[in-house]
Design a protein around this ligand. Structure first.
Ligand code: ZN
Length: 407
């Protein structure tokens, strides 16, 4: 076949040829020339697992401070995986330079780059995986110094940010594998970098910078480390278009309106349709403003699971008095804004003919002001203490029989 990059006739295109002639991997070549990998990879190159024969066995070199910090950052980011006797770090084709930058730093551990081709039975096509692979024993072997100081923390957290953090509407979201790691990170960021974070109840450990200023400060404090990694600084300062993404969910609920003069005072049910709109810049690495899966998980966990097949008035004190679409929208906004700082609008249909639209306060304003007072009318501690109630007490006292008085 002919190489579309250099015009040479080759028996088969592989990374050996392509990296020499164009600097591209085969997967990048396939994307550039719009060719399915199925046509480029012969069946005998399709892998079922990673070959370890040509991977070096240690010791290559004693890992220096940088190598240890990069490995620790990748581990914290959940990017280091075990597969039998091997260990690998996986990267995205949109960002192979970052993987190659990791590779350069991790050299003492004996990592090698592999682009492996697998047949994905579900999608009926050949897919590529980009990995840095080493022998697992190279990461733990007795050749490592017995006592080493902890890896350089600033670089470790910069590597973590580069591989795991996501920027939404100016806030950084930081996922962790365990509560201990999240606690340690929150403590380090606060103590060393003066960055405040807030843990979010997301099912898995997740921190968010408390404010946009905290996100900016975090990036600025680690700027030199982040700038040393390809594409990282621009990813967190994107120059990409702003786009609004929307998700529609439905839930079936019953409700009634207290003191309503018409039929809505009766308990009745219906199918609610909620449209959630989130605006943000396109992430240059993922090509998304926000993962629709994340959006769906958040809305399901915070809204649908709470209200579906429930009576709205008994789902929480915010809606006990009046579960109108307006009250419900304000309440849903407060359920979502912590997780979706790019939230711009909610549209809530009670019936196909009746709906409301709501744009509430942005995250920082909401954090400053607190919950919408209307939602807390019946939980407000001041309720019952107005001077207008004093005559009622006097009346009670006047007509109470001595036995009934409890003071
Ligand atoms: Zn070529």
């Amino acid at each position: 076949m002919i190489c579309n990059e250099c015009g040479a006739m080759v028996s088969e295109l592989d990374n050996g040829h392509l990296l020499a002639c164009s600097g591209l991997t085969l997967q990048e070549y396939a994307l550039r020339h719009v060719l399915p990998l199925d046509l480029l990879v012969s069946p005998d190159r399709i892998k079922t697992d990673t070959a370890q024969a040509d991977l070096p066995l240690m010791p290559v070199a004693v890992p220096d401070e940088t190598a240890r910090a990069v490995l620790a950052g990748l581990r914290l980011a959940g990017k280091v995986h075990d597969a039998g006797p091997l260990c690998f770090v996986e990267g995205e084709v949109s960002w192979l330079d970052l993987l190659f930058c990791d590779l350069a730093q991790l050299a003492p551990y004996g990592f090698r780059f592999r682009q492996e081709y697998h047949y994905a039975p579900g999608s009926h096509r050949v897919v590529a995986r980009n990995r840095l692979v080493t022998q697992k024993r190279n990461l733990v072997g007795p050749w490592l110094p017995a006592r080493v100081p902890p890896p350089e923390q600033y670089l470790k957290y910069a590597v973590y940010l580069a591989h795991a953090a996501e920027l939404h509407a100016g806030f950084l979201f930081l996922p962790f594998a365990s509560d201990d790691e999240a606690d340690e990170a929150a403590e380090f960021l606060s103590r060393e970098l003066d960055v405040n974070t807030r843990p979010l109840a997301a099912g898995t450990p997740l921190l968010r910078t408390l404010t946009r200023a905290d996100a900016t400060r975090l990036l600025d404090r680690l700027r030199s480390q982040l700038e040393s990694m390809p594409g990282v600084w621009p990813r967190f300062h994107p120059d990409t278009p702003e786009i609004t993404v929307s998700k529609e969910v439905v839930f079936d609920s019953a409700h009634f309106l207290t003191d309503h003069p018409a039929r809505c005072s009766n308990l009745h049910g219906g199918r609610y349709v909620l449209h959630v709109k989130v605006r943000g810049q396109v992430d240059p690495v993922t090509g998304c403003v926000l993962d629709y899966g994340y959006l769906k998980r958040v809305v399901n966990a915070r809204v649908v699971e709470r209200f579906d097949h429930h009576t709205l008035n008994y789902a929480g004190p915010e809606l006990a008095w009046r579960s109108t679409t307006e009250m419900l929208s304000m309440h849903i906004w407060e359920q979502l804004i912590d997780f979706l700082p790019g939230l711009t609008e909610l549209t809530l249909y009670e019936t196909p003919q009746s709906w409301c639209q709501y744009s509430g306060p942005d995250l920082e304003t909401w954090q400053r002001q607190g919950s919408q007072p209307l939602l807390g009318r019946f939980t407000d501690p001041a309720l019952g203490h107005s001077p207008w109630r004093h005559p009622l007490r006097t009346l009670d006292e006047r007509y109470a029989t001595p036995q009934a008085r409890c003071d």
